[in-house]
Structure formats: C-alpha cells, structure tokens
Write a protein that binds this ligand. Structure first.
Ligand code: P6P
Length: 339
C-alpha cells in the first residue's frame, strides 16, 4: 500500500497517474475533475431523495423554485452541464437521450468522447437501495469539429477510461485509465473523493452468484444447467454458491468486483439480447473488471470485442471472477454438462 496513511484526493491521484505517461495532455484529468463535480451534486440530491417532501420541497418545486425532476433526468442534466464547456469532449451520449448530445457551438471541441448512464437503477431510489452512475471515455475517431455517432459507436477495447459511482451507505467512485482499478470514497464533510481502495483486484474465483432467478423459466438450457451446477455441493469449488441479487446493476457489480463471483443478466427466450446496454453498462464495467483481473462476456464473445451497431443496443452480460465466468461460458456453449 504505497500511500499508506496519506490522504490522497482523486485530483492528486490523477496527477500522479498522468506523471506516469509523459506527454499526457492533461485532458483526462480535466474530464475526471469535471465529472467528480457532477457526482458530488448527484450524491447530494440522491442522499436526501427521501426528504424531498419533508424539507419544504413538496410538490414539483424546490427551494430554488426549480421544478423537482425525476432523479435520473436530474443526474443526466448535471453531468451534461458539468461536461459541456471544458473543451475536452467533442460529443457525448447518455442512456437518457435517443441521439448523441452535441457540445454547444460556443464551446471548444476536444479529442474525447463521453458515454454515460446517469443514474442506473433509479427505480430503486424509493426503497433506499444503492444506485449508480456509469461512464465510458473514448478518443474521437473523426478529425475535428462536432463529434458524431461514429465517435460514439466504438468497440469497448478502444476505451481509454471507464468508471462508476455507487451511491450507497457511502458514495464511492471506482475508475480505471487502463493502469489498474482504484476506488475513492466521498468524504461529504470536505467534498472530496479520497483514495480508499488502491489497485482493486477481483478474486480469481468467488462463491456468490447474482442473477434474477424469476426469469428461470425463460432461460436457455446452458444457463439453467450452470445455475444448477452452482447449487450443487462441492467444497473444492466453493459450491453451493450463495445467491445475492440487489436488482441495481452497479451495486451487484461493485460487490462482485470486491468479493468475487459472477453477475449475470442473460439473454432468454423472451429477450435474446437481455436487458443491459452494451455502450454504457456492459463496456465500462467490462473494462473495469478486466483491469482488475476478471472477465466479461456475452456468452460467446468478450464484451470488449463486440462491435456496436446502435447506441442503445442491449447485450447479455456475464461478468466477474475469471474462473467463474470461464466456467459459465462452458455451460452456455454446451461444452459442460451437469454430473
Ligand atoms: P430486473 C435497473 O432497472 C437495471 O437496469 C439494472 O440496474 C439492474 O441490474 C437490472 O435493471 C435489474 O433488472 O429485470 O432483474 O429487474
């Protein structure tokens, strides 16, 4: 633990990371700095969501006379407003918007692209369940000016950075620029994200599986067999696994990253491509998990190798500990049978 005992803010961490890459333009530290401002504003709103009707913000108006918006719309606007003027981006895309989001004409266009899911799992807010923001950064592929859909539709292995924020018992930012995965916990009293989990590594094999078993009857055969396999008893392979499903992807993913095991949202007879989105849910989390030594697949291919066809395309997702995901793939591909 090279920083043992020191207080390392995310700004300091980014600067130290940049020093490892001479010639780094500083653009990326600008992007992360602007993003963390949005995350702090979203944290503030999410952490008092339950109080909206108590703190004199009843109905549709808040104390500033602004209309109280749905949290995911609020988060979407705060991220866009934090990112539209810094000059680091040429275009953005969000889960909340059908088409790409242009940078306003009056601001300079940069060399990066930001894709984001502003508040994933927001339907869980009323039950005080953890929710998350997910983001993904690419270099532009068009030469100059406004970025286009072509800049946004790149395969996941082209990501230069990705991360997520989990708004839970504490608010944590987890990100990677391709040099390991690092976690920062927000200290609301000073408004800083402080390094709390340096160089996160996912266990090679876990003992937790995470999937909505309510869909069992529509699962394909290989998926049914894999979950039955996990429920058999065999101490050498940590079986039976425990089942944990929060129903908020970033909460389930974050637990999987720290504890190991596997998170799954499979395709099935009703939805062959599953439910989760490739560009701003699967790709960024696959980038993070691979950087931590794990694995992410759609059942056939590595998630990061999938060539996207549309901004909001869905994909089956099996992600987590390397050995667990590899074993899952064998069942999904019919190469493994139950004994
Ligand atoms: P289901 C939340 O609505 C979400 O998009 C993800 O955060 C979560 O993993 C998934 O859907 C839960 O879906 O079908 O299991 O309720």
């Amino acid at each position: 633990m090279k920083h043992h005992g020191k207080v390392i803010t995310i700004e300091r961490h980014i600067i130290e990371e940049e020093r490892k890459h001479p010639g780094a333009s500083g653009d990326f530290s600008g992007i992360l700095r602007d993003l963390t401002l949005a995350f702090k504003v979203i944290h503030r709103e999410v952490s008092k969501a339950g109080l909206v009707n108590i703190l004199g913000m009843a109905g549709r108006q808040n104390v500033h006379g602004e209309e109280v918006k749905k949290m995911d719309v609020f988060a979407d606007e705060k991220i866009y407003q934090a990112m539209d003027h810094g000059g680091h981006l040429c275009v953005m895309a969000s889960e909340e918007n059908e088409d790409v989001l242009q940078i306003p004409d009056q601001y300079p266009k940069g060399k990066y692209v930001l894709l984001y899911d502003p508040l994933d799992g927001s339907s869980n807010i009323d039950a005080n369940v953890s929710i998350g923001t997910i983001f993904s950064v690419y270099r532009r592929v068009t030469p100059s000016g406004h970025g286009t859909m072509q800049d946004c539709l790149q395969p996941g292995y082209k990501q230069v950075a990705a991360g997520y924020v989990v708004y839970g018992s504490s608010t944590m930012l987890v990100y990677s620029t391709g040099d390991g995965v690092h976690g920062f916990t927000l200290d609301p009293s000073i408004g800083e994200f402080l390094l709390s989990h340096e160089d996160i590594r996912i266990p090679k094999r876990g003992k937790i599986y995470s999937v909505n078993e309510g869909n069992y009857r529509w699962w394909y055969d290989g998926m049914k067999k894999y979950v039955k396999y996990l429920q058999q008893e065999d101490k050498a392979t940590n079986r039976p696994f425990s089942g944990r499903y929060i129903g908020s992807m970033i909460a389930d993913l974050h637990r999987t990253l720290l504890y190991g095991g596997i998170f799954m949202y499979p395709g099935d007879e009703r939805h062959p491509n599953g439910k989760l989105r490739l560009m701003y849910e699967a790709n960024p989390t696959a980038f993070i998990v691979e950087q931590a030594g794990g694995r992410a697949t759609n059942g056939k291919d590595r998630i990061l190798d999938v060539v996207p066809t549309s901004l909001h395309a869905r994909t089956p997702l099996f992600i987590g500990s390397d050995e667990d995901v590899a074993e899952c793939e064998e069942f999904l591909q019919g190469k493994r049978q139950l004994t």
